[in-house]
Design a protein around this ligand. Structure first.
Ligand SMILES: [Zn+2]
Length: 415
């Protein structure tokens, strides 16, 4: 047929009604009964809205695939499914009720809220099934599996129990990205990054047992300083001992970044490099955390507050070549911390506020809001080298746009 005569709309309608009239789908299924089985369980889309091009494309490919096996004479189990659980549905319902935090759900009544979510998801199961059927997808639309069905939930727990009984489960701790608005962990592939400009700080950590000698670290997240338990250096980089004439202080920084730090941050030209060592020679150097007396979580730490080496996570792109390490607030920090035996602390609740382990001055405050308080305290104690406005990539919740925090669940004990 010439292309100009091909009328997709009409042909689709005609074929759909022919399939319906002649029960073609049912006949095909019947004809393959007793034959070799082929199992297809659909990966379920979220029942949150009408289908979009992505979901349509996905189903069309699957439809072609299972048709192929049918034509090969297989008895195809073709069950679609719908994901009806979790944050995407909750968020839609929260929006419709005008909620601003998860606490609003408790005020509204959890049971009532769950019913609303169930009704919302159920409505879209109907809408989406109809749309997939209209696309001509041959799946068993009368019998989808739903993640809200008790037998499905029991199946999930049964599987989990098997893993437990076979000893495949253990309780650990690992920093994960948390949305403090949704009060939930956000999966790695769900994270969106946005460039934000924030105040970064250069901080002096006094070297233990030395007069006027400091390790200088740099961080774009001052609120993570109360969880600092180490400093990373690169074993092969050169580190300079820079003596400032006016104060008599010696700052330890990567040699390549020393001039920049002095002119741009300290703003002095009167200094000299008195000695230079390789990073590995700094390994094991101990320092006193300048906020230790204010933060209970930092106290009584035997293996913390020392220099460790990493050739993977230290670079000279920015900062000082000495990396502030808070193993409770970042996966790179965690990896190195675990390897080097640094303590992991994360004195922060899931809603982003500090716990009492961060001390009375921070307790109950939202972490990111305390940056100015922390900077002021560092300045008061004469350990603030300087600040700089820095544009950097920050992870955001794709659902609600809240900046994500990297936190370690305090309930887990590490193995
Ligand atoms: Zn969120």
């Amino acid at each position: 047929m010439p292309v100009s005569l091909y009328k997709a709309n009409e042909i689709e309608k005609e074929i759909a009604s022919k399939w319906k009239r002649e029960n073609t789908y049912e006949k095909v299924k019947k004809a393959s009964e007793g034959k070799k089985p082929f199992f297809f369980m659909d990966g379920p889309p979220y029942a949150t809205a009408s289908i979009h091009l992505g979901t349509a494309w996905n189903k069309i490919i699957k439809d072609a695939y299972i048709r192929f096996w049918r034509m090969q004479g297989f008895n195809v189990w073709d069950q679609p499914g719908f994901d009806t659980h979790g944050t995407p549905i909750e968020l839609q319902v929260e929006k419709s009720l005008g909620f601003s935090s998860k606490k609003d759900i408790e005020k509204y009544g959890t049971e009532k809220f769950i019913k609303k979510c169930r009704a919302y998801a159920t409505k879209y199961i109907g809408v989406m099934s109809k749309q997939f059927e209209d696309l001509g997808v041959w799946m068993d639309w009368k019998k989808p599996y739903l993640t809200l069905d008790n037998h499905y939930i029991e199946g999930a727990w049964f599987t989990f129990k098997q893993a437990f009984e076979n000893g495949y489960l253990y309780k650990g701790s690992y920093p994960v990205h948390v949305c403090t608005r949704c009060e939930t962990v956000v999966a790695y592939n769900e994270i969106e990054h946005k460039t934000v400009t924030e105040k970064s700080v250069f901080v002096k950590f006094p070297v233990r047992g030395k007069e006027n000698e400091y390790l200088v670290i740099w961080t774009t997240t001052p609120w993570t300083l109360p969880a600092n338990t180490g400093v990373m250096v690169h074993p092969d980089f050169d580190y300079a001992y820079v003596k400032i004439d006016m104060t008599g202080e010696t700052l330890i920084v990567a040699k390549e970044l020393a001039d920049n730090l002095m002119t741009e941050v300290v703003e002095t030209g009167n200094y000299k490099i008195t000695k230079s060592v390789k990073g590995k020679e700094l390994e094991g150097v101990k320092y006193d955390h300048p906020l230790k007396d204010l933060v209970p979580a930092l106290q009584g730490m035997e293996r913390g507050h020392r220099v460790v080496t990493s050739s993977r996570f230290v670079n000279l792109d920015a900062g000082t070549g000495l990396v502030h390490t808070a193993p409770g607030h970042g996966s790179e920090d965690w990896q190195v911390g675990r390897q080097e035996g640094l303590p992991v602390i994360s004195p922060v609740h899931l809603d982003g506020t500090f716990t009492e382990d961060a001390g009375e001055w921070l307790k109950g405050r939202y972490t990111k809001d305390t940056d100015p308080m922390i900077i002021e305290k560092l300045s008061e104690r004469n350990v603030l080298v300087g600040t700089q406005e820095t544009a950097h990539e920050y992870p955001m919740c794709w659902r609600c746009g809240t900046p994500l925090l990297s936190l370690t669940s305090p309930s887990g004990s590490s193995r």
